[in-house]
Write a protein that binds this ligand. Structure first.
Ligand SMILES: Cc1cc2nc3c(=O)[nH]c(=O)nc-3n(C[C@H](O)[C@H](O)[C@H](O)COP(=O)(O)O)c2cc1C
Ligand SMILES: CCCCCCC(=O)C(=O)O
Length: 374
């Protein structure tokens, strides 16, 4: 059993990843770290940040800094939240509960995935009043989609994030090599097993036939038939803000506005879906322009350090989501690891703000960065 010394947890992202690699078996590690196809987009996500330089200002009295952000009625301590990540039980036995506790202890919003191993109610319970959003994988069975959204609202989640880039899983070569799909061994389906609409579709309860439930899950998980018109139906299920995740094309950003989305997350799913897709940071400016400040634009994919957060905000993101770094923290030291990863990132971001001469988030703008190849 791995028991890390809490006084000697890593500071570097690369070291967290290296230790996670040592702790986890190939299947779970490569499921988390891997991307789709030849992983070109995983790589592009990182390269995109290196194509921008920060242009720091000096002599600006940066003794007091304000990183707070008002978003969908909540006042957040910083423009950083934890991305929805499913099947965290393959990384640590406490899975999403550990990550959610770490987030709640810092006031950092946690976005609970539909594909969590623990149910959305269990996750909400460990978070108390801390900010939490629910991520919807829109089931092909409408009663399940409706039930998930209603359960989330009832459990105290304050926004619904609808992920649009994963109606099915991409060609993921590492998982194929490992013959590893966690869902097929019953991980990541906690929200389904506890859902009355899902259970209504089973011949016998999952407690009596777990494989039957898993097979049913494979049939209802995704919905490749969805179109923009379906958003109207989803909006009848809830009065919570609806945020669309996985937008990369500016025309889709305009459609999101037209069909009444309350927010957008520019994301390529961390390079796990369309290999060869544009880096999320590269997609961001055109989407910010297309939405013209009508709704908040958030982004994720490839953020590893404070300077990355700064660059994303300078290019117009209101906030960013952190994905794999938290999962490496979870693998290394459970709840403590996730908290330490987030503390490191936030400290790095705060220092980047100060040393760039920014006291407030609204000072982080396009004038603070330059293309590296100018
Ligand atoms: C192991 C893993 C599982 C994920 N599960 C989900 C999920 O259930 N729902 C979702 O919307 N995105 C999911 N994502 C994508 C993340 O929300 C996020 O977009 C991505 O991790 C950001 O890229 P980064 O890991 O490079 O920071 C997952 C990502 C990983 C690595
Ligand atoms: C059948 C697809 C399930 C994907 C759920 C988790 C996820 O989003 C991922 O990237 O992995």
């Amino acid at each position: 059993m791995h028991s890390p010394d809490p006084n000697r947890l890593p500071t570097q992202f690369e070291e967290w990843q290296k230790q996670a690699r040592e702790i986890l078996e190939d299947g779970p590690y490569e499921y988390v770290a891997g991307g789709s196809g030849g992983e070109d987009t995983v790589q592009s996500n990182r390269e995109a940040f290196k194509r921008w330089n920060i242009l720091p200002r000096v002599f600006r009295n940066v003794e007091d800094r304000n990183l707070k952000l008002g978003l969908f009625g909540d006042m957040l301590p910083s423009p950083v939240m934890i991305a929805p990540i499913g099947v965290q039980s393959i990384i640590h036995k406490e899975g999403e509960l550990a990550t959610a506790r770490a987030a709640a202890s810092m006031g950092v919003p946690y976005i609970a995935s539909s594909a969590s191993t623990y149910s959305m109610e269990e996750i909400a319970e460990v978070m108390g009043d801390a900010p939490k959003w629910f991520q919807l994988y829109w089931s092909s069975e409408p009663s399940i989609a409706k039930s998930f959204v209603e359960r989330a609202e009832h459990a105290g989640y304050t926004a619904i994030v609808v992920t649009l880039d994963t109606p099915m899983m991409a060609w993921r070569e590492l998982d194929l090599k490992n013959v590893y799909l966690p869902f097929l061994i019953g991980e990541g389906i906690g929200n389904y097993l506890t859902d009355p609409a899902f259970r209504a579709g089973l011949r016998v309860p999952p407690e009596e036939d777990s494989m039957g439930a898993i097979m049913h899950w494979t049939r209802v998980f995704g919905h490749a038939g969805l179109t923009w018109e379906d958003l109207a139906e989803l909006k009848t299920y809830t009065s919570l803000p609806i945020i669309l995740k996985g937008i990369l094309h500016p025309e889709d950003a305009k459609l999101a506005l037209k069909y009444g989305a309350d927010g957008i997350i520019v994301s390529n799913h961390g390079g796990r879906q369309v290999d060869g897709a544009i880096a999320a940071l590269d997609a961001l400016p055109a989407i910010v322009e297309a939405t013209n400040n009508q709704v908040p634009v958030l982004m994720d994919s490839g953020i590893r350090r404070g300077a990355d957060i700064f660059k994303a905000l300078a290019l117009g993101a209101k906030a960013v989501l952190i994905g794999r770094p938290c999962m490496y923290g979870l693998a290394v030291a459970g709840e403590t690891g996730v908290r330490q990863v987030m503390n490191n990132l936030l400290a790095d971001f705060d220092l980047t703000m100060a040393l760039s001469g920014c006291r407030d988030l609204n000072e982080v703008n396009k004038g603070m960065i330059l293309p590296a190849d100018r």
